[in-house]
Write a protein that binds this ligand. Sequence first.
Ligand SMILES: Nc1ncnc2c1ncn2[C@@H]1O[C@H](COP(=O)(O)OP(=O)(O)OP(=O)(O)O)[C@@H](O)[C@H]1O
Ligand SMILES: CC(C)(CO)[C@@H](O)C(=O)NCCC(=O)O
Length: 307
Amino acid sequence: MKESLNYFKIPRAKWREYYEKNIVPLTLEELERIKSLNDRISMKDVQEIYMPLVYYLEMQLNVQRFKQEQTARFLDKPMTNVPFVIGIAGSVAVGKSTTARLLKILLKEAFPGKKVQLITTDGFLYPNAKLKELGILERKGFPESYDMEELITFMDKVKNGEKASAPVYSHQVYDIIPNRYDIVDNPNILIVEGINVLQLPSNQRIYVSDYFDFSIYVDAHEKDIKKWYLERFEMLLDGAFNDPHNYYYSLAQSGKRDEAFEIAKETWRKVNHVNLRDYILPTKNRADLIIEKGHDHIINELLLRKY
Ligand SMILES: Nc1ncnc2c1ncn2[C@@H]1O[C@H](COP(=O)(O)OP(=O)(O)OP(=O)(O)O)[C@@H](O)[C@H]1O
Ligand SMILES: CC(C)(CO)[C@@H](O)C(=O)NCCC(=O)O
């Protein structure tokens, strides 16, 4: 194992040994069920990367529980459930939601008695109308485009065991869906996924990550991420063809695919690339675990924080 700065650098071949040593393998039926729920992830990654990760997370859950027990005993107060929060950060289109959805499935499978929920911070973006009013529509995804105060209030409620609601963003509509909320109600584990989860909001005193018990940064080469962004754009465009409510409807109807791809490339260059370089990548070294993906989405290296 090669060590670098404050991380253990663990190649895939080494990481997967932690699976063999410590974990009861998933049955074929369980693997098939996971595959049908999340067909974007290779089953090899599930076995060799995610199962050891679930095992490691179980240890972290036990540590968190032990600390709470100690505090409750010290204060002579009853133990309450404090949700274990996992943050997942990384570039636009790097695969955060895909990773988060898989982790949710695996955690549910591993801990059938535990309530596992997932939200994305996309819901805390200001609606397009508000972004326009602020003159920052072309800065969607940048720190100032999120209502960080709302996000912090949400996290505060979650950690205190209160019912909390997260607004919902749609990539298809390209906006917040009015009056739609994801309700988070005192789960044992909450996964919070978003480009901004490791950022320090400029006008706040606390990080969102102050509420995290474990954080993951999904990383890849930018040229690969750009390719995945364009592939996802193609899927959004194709899916828009028969749906007038879709943001990409008129673009899809126009049949001008080349022009559409030029717009997407320009958006990457002017918006998502700049956001990655200036605001997302600098947060990488705050994560407890960095997952390095190759051009085919396969994970080839993991960096685990030493301290
Ligand atoms: N492990 C994987 N295998 C194959 N395809 C993947 C994998 N992970 C992600 N993808 C594809 O890459 C694209 C981006 O993934 P995803 O939507 O999960 O990214 P994201 O980081 O959540 O993006 P955003 O921040 O914009 O919501 C999607 O088209 C997705 O299907
Ligand atoms: C919603 C975000 C910010 C993050 O998921 C992103 O997907 C996005 O829409 N960025 C704005 C630039 C673009 O249209 O790609």
